[in-house]
Design a protein around this ligand. Structure first.
Ligand code: GTP
Length: 298
């Protein structure tokens, strides 16, 4: 399993600084990093910060979520088969929603090879204090990136007074009580803190021991033991809470030859016939996944 970190945060918050410093620390430890980056309508100048010997894939035509998860899947597949690395860092654009970003990196095709350690959100602390000045849509994205983080860096502390530092820290931790929070300047985060993240994969046994973290965004890989009745399955889908954001994968349906390609997104369901026999497995992304009883999986 390769560890994967998702770096999230608004434009100019310090993601590139975090990336550069993390790469330095990984190399010092003898680990080989790979980077997946995307830039929204920009030239790839950020990639110049990455040294030449690091496998790097860029997505220039849009961000990790809007350009479609198939494309990210293909990029990840190329990295996994063609490159030798220990740790993958994905820098999402400032405009990426964390759920979409997680969705894009989580495919049932290689869920067993990637250990997504978590979403690290770099927060421009000054912007947090001035968040009421942001237009509503941008403010909502800014807050979503903070709400879904597993690790929060309250960055640019050097620009704040002591009273402001205390205010930001208190407010951020209250807004996302499950995240680990550290204060940083120039996004300098010790590698040990990144490594201590529990990972976003949840399964029943792990989650029992991590009740406090159950509210955090997580993923669950589910394998089907038997075919399910399509209607029963859809009935179950209708009972799901709104904190189940995404599901995708292959579901074995009674009376249909191959497991069907299945997509679920905020309540919307899509089925497509599959002409190849794929592994009957789905990935679920959401909050509080431990108690879901998925038909056909037990
Ligand atoms: N004073 C101060 N400046 C910082 C800090 N962190 C980052 N910066 C500066 O803020 C600017 C943006 O930092 P980046 O690391 O490029 O941020 P980014 O999130 O990658 O930015 P985009 O590529 O625009 O999304 C740079 O000029 C950094 O030098 C900090 O803690 N303190």
């Amino acid at each position: 399993m390769k560890d994967v970190y998702l770096f999230s945060g608004f434009l100019g918050s310090g993601k590139t600084s975090l990336l550069t410093d993390t790469i330095r620390q990984l190399k010092e430890k003898g680990l080989k990093p790979a980077v997946l980056m995307n830039e929204l309508g920009k030239l790839p100048f950020d990639s110049q910060a990455i040294e030449e010997d690091i496998p790097l894939k860029e997505m220039l035509e849009g961000c990790i979520c809007c350009s479609g998860s198939e494309k990210t899947e293909a990029q990840l597949q190329t990295l996994l088969t063609g490159e030798n690395f220990d740790v993958l860092i994905i820098e999402t654009t400032g405009a990426a929603h964390p759920v979409e970003a997680l969705d894009a990196v989580y495919s049932p095709l290689f869920a067993n090879q990637l250990n997504v350690k978590g979403i690290v959100t770099v927060v421009d602390s000054m912007r947090w204090l001035d968040r009421h000045l942001l237009p509503p849509q941008m403010r909502s994205l800014f807050l979503e990136q903070i709400r879904h983080a597993h690790l929060l860096l309250a960055n640019k502390m050097d620009l704040l007074s002591e009273a402001q530092q205390a205010k930001v820290t208190f407010e951020l931790q209250s807004f996302n009580p499950t995240a680990t929070l550290i204060q940083t300047s120039h996004a300098k985060c010790p590698l040990s803190i990144l490594e201590s993240l529990a990972g976003t994969v949840s399964d029943k046994d792990v989650n029992k021991a991590r009740v406090g973290q159950e509210l955090a965004l997580s993923t669950r890989l589910v394998s089907f033991k038997e075919s399910v009745d399509q209607e029963t399955f859809e009935e179950w889908l209708r009972t799901l809470p709104s904190t189940i954001y995404r599901m995708k994968g292959y579901v074995p349906i009674k009376g249909i030859k191959n497991p069907m390609l299945f997509q679920y997104s905020y309540g919307m369901v899509q089925w497509l016939p599959e002409y190849v026999k794929m592994e009957p497995t789905i990935v679920i992304i959401g909050e509080q996944l431990a108690h879901l009883n998925i038909p056909g999986s037990e």
